[in-house]
Every structure is written in C-alpha cells, then in structure tokens.
Write a protein that binds this ligand. Sequence first.
Ligand SMILES: [Zn+2]
Length: 331
Amino acid sequence: MKQLERSLKCLVCDAMGARHIITQNGHRVFRCATCGFQFVHPTPTPADLARYYDQGYAVPLERYSRNKPRNEGHIVDLERWRPQRGRLLEIGASYGHSLAAARSRGWQVAGVELSPTAARYAREHFGLAVFTADLLDAPFAAGCFDAAIMWHVLEHTHNPAAQLNQLLALLRPGGVLGLRVPNVASFGARLVGRSWVWMNPPAHLWYFSPTTLPRLLARAGFEILEVATLRGDGNNFYQHALIALGARLNTLRRRLVRSRPTSDGLGTTDNGQPAIHDPNPPALEHAWLGLLARAQPFTESLARATRPLVEPLERAGWGDELLCYARRPCA
Ligand SMILES: [Zn+2]
C-alpha cells in the first residue's frame, strides 16, 4: 500500500503521493498529501462505469418533475453572471427539466445525456435537442455556447479534467460555466465520514471541496467568478448528527462483537476500519434506517427553526453542496 500511495499523482495539483483514507463499496478512496483532493483509485474504466449505470443507477423521473421551482431557481441564479441569455448547454441533462426551464426564460438550449431513456424523454416530452453522448463525443462547434451548466455530474465522470478542457473550448470567450458538486469539506462529510450519503463510489469518483474545485477549473483555463456552499440535497445538520451517532454506536457494537472469541473470521481492512464484508445484521440495519426516516420530519422542522444558525456555516464553506461559477477569459 505504501508504494501505491507514493506512486499516485493528483489530478488537481499534479503532486505525487496520496494517503488511503477509506475503502467504500470495494473502492479505495485516497487523499492527496499536498492539496487534500480526494479520489477513487483505480478509476473504473468507461466500460465498467457504463455497466454500473446500466444496472440500475437512475434518478427517478418524479424527483425532477416535482423540483420545478428548484430547476428554475438554478437558472435564475446563473443569470446573475449572464443576464443577456444566448445559447446554453447542459451536460448531464437527464430528463430535460432544467433545459426546459432555461428555454422558458429565453435561452436557446442543447444538452448531452448518457442515459438513453432520460435523453429520449427530453427529446419526446419537451422537444429538446438532447444528444445521447458523452460531452467529449458530442457534435458541437468550438466557441458556440454562451453558458454551460453541469449539476452533480462532474464527480461521476471518468476524467473531470478532460470534461473541463472540452467545456472551455465549447464556450465562447466570456461564456459562463455553472457547476454543482457535493462538498467533501462540508459539515456533514466531516461529521459522518464514510456514512456521508455522497461518499458512494463508483457513482462518485472525485470528491471536491471549495479549494480543490476552483483549482481544477483554473488549471483548465477558467477564470473563477464565485464559489459558494449550500445546503443542497444533503441532510440537515441534525440528521447528520443522528447518522454520526449511529455510526459511533455501531463502531462500539462491532468492537464488542470482535472482542469476543469467534470462529467466523471477522476482518478489518489495512487501516483498521471494519471490512466491507462485515455487514450489520439486516434487522438492525432495517430498524436503524426506519428510525432515521421517522426522525427526518422532526429534524427538518428543527432545521427550519434554527435556519439563522446554519446560514453562517454555509457561508463558511460547510454546506453539503458546492456551487462554482467560472468564465472563459475574454482575452
Ligand atoms: Zn493534490
């Protein structure tokens, strides 16, 4: 492991050397010793990823449909940086709800989407120009977009640096890119660690923070306009605290179980974390998830009531969602 750790090169800062922090779903996650960027290694091949997404990773259609105000809100937010509209590209357009919202606000829109089902829905239901393709293979001319959006997609891609290089080429000088990704430096991620809902390889392969994402964008040639963190789709503060409490209790339970002499060979990984093949009893897991679900409405109301306390945390970079606007330089 030590030799592997020394041989890894960081995508963000190019430095050699990373530390193995956890193994999650059978994938090793490393942290760059120089800039702190977190990433899965080895990166699954595009063929592995295609197989994974074919086998049922999908965001249900209704989740997009009922989020109409949010989809439109994201476009309104982007317009702070590009009020004059123009041509807009979405990478990972899904079922087309965001593009439809942008079109209704005066943008000319196009998209790419890897899921054939979602892309077909966008074409047939909304009449949108959504191509079933990776951005790197999409049929667009250089410099033809005034804006591009990529909501919770960059962390899934095989090579985020290649995606950003391509986006820079597709934007005209002065064109604006809006990115939303999970924030690995968030309060939730710090508190609950491997139980953080977005620490889920191989869906997410790259774990960005308010320092590493702008750095990768700058490397690709972008000029950074804004970096912010938000609550996003993550859990509220109190729900995170409950998850953390559960994880602590579980660690304690595993220690007690392991301290008893057993013959079933319970193992640990090389960093002392409980091994993946050491699952909890299904009944316990089920009861705990049920309890978390029942607690959610209460923690949500508590979060609403204490909103003024949480906002400063988001401003300090601790929100679960990271939002970044960047621009292709004019000169
Ligand atoms: Zn680095």
